[in-house]
Design a protein around this ligand. Structure first.
Ligand SMILES: C[S@@+](CC[C@H](N)C(=O)[O-])C[C@H]1O[C@@H](n2cnc3c(N)ncnc32)[C@H](O)[C@@H]1O
Length: 207
């Protein structure tokens, strides 16, 4: 194991959220980020239709499926994901998913689009921030196409050049946009989450 890898491994196994995830049989420590946001803003409810983008290994879908029995989740990732109740899994790249699946009517009734997608991180800000924004643009496009009026969008972002423009554009589409740094998000990471609530009516936009 290289020095960097062994440092990461040490801090990972000592991480309180990794310990909590193992104890609670959660598939990822990321579940605690969604849990904190959901407990404050009540995003996941019985009968919700949810799109979980960048879902693997499945912590977020697992949380939503455990919270509500009567829920429908479509989950998308490049990587495989083990089965979870109430979850229909699509193994696909985000861009292909946006091109191939969104024509289907199932994708017009979504209450919540949530994306924990992250690109492979290089550690170089000028590469990582644009790569994340590129994915976030596709997530926003998917959200605008698939969400019901008043639907909600939760998206992982990195702080950096261009992110404020992304937030400003999203503000023109939703009634409220918040930036959240959950406790489980590592303080030394650029990661933040954008929660955009209450999609403005698409009918008004067209009319
Ligand atoms: C941080 S993980 C998600 C963790 C998940 N929320 C959980 O709780 O288990 C990010 C995921 O994004 C996926 N991903 C990255 N780029 C992608 C792309 N272009 N299309 C689809 N999935 C992608 C990765 O394969 C990875 O599984």
């Amino acid at each position: 194991m290289g020095k960097k890898t062994s440092q990461w491994y040490k801090s990972h196994i000592n991480d309180e959220y990794v310990k909590l995830a193992n104890k609670g049989n959660w598939r990822s420590r990321a579940v605690f980020k969604l849990k904190e946001i959901d407990e404050k803003y009540n995003l996941i409810n019985e009968n919700s239709h949810i799109l979980d983008l960048g879902c693997s290994p499945g912590g977020w879908s697992q949380y939503a499926s455990k919270k509500c029995n009567n829920i429908k989740i479509i989950a998308v990732d490049l990587l495989e994901m083990e089965k979870i109740d109430n979850v229909y899994f699509v193994q696909s790249d985000l861009e292909n998913f946006a091109e191939n699946y969104l024509k289907n009517d199932t994708f017009n009734k979504i209450d919540l689009v949530m994306s924990d997608i992250a690109p492979n991180i290089s550690g170089i800000e000028s590469a990582d921030v644009p790569a994340m924004l590129n994915l976030a643009d596709i997530v926003l496009e998917i959200g605008l196409k698939s969400l019901k009026d008043s639907g909600n969008l939760l998206v992982k972002l990195f702080q950096g050049k261009g992110t404020d423009n992304f937030l400003d554009y999203t503000k023109s589409c939703f009634k409220k946009v918040r930036v959240i740094k959950p406790k489980a998000s590592r303080s030394n990471s650029r990661e933040i989450y954008m929660l955009a609530t209450n999609l403005k009516s698409k009918k008004n936009e067209l009319g």
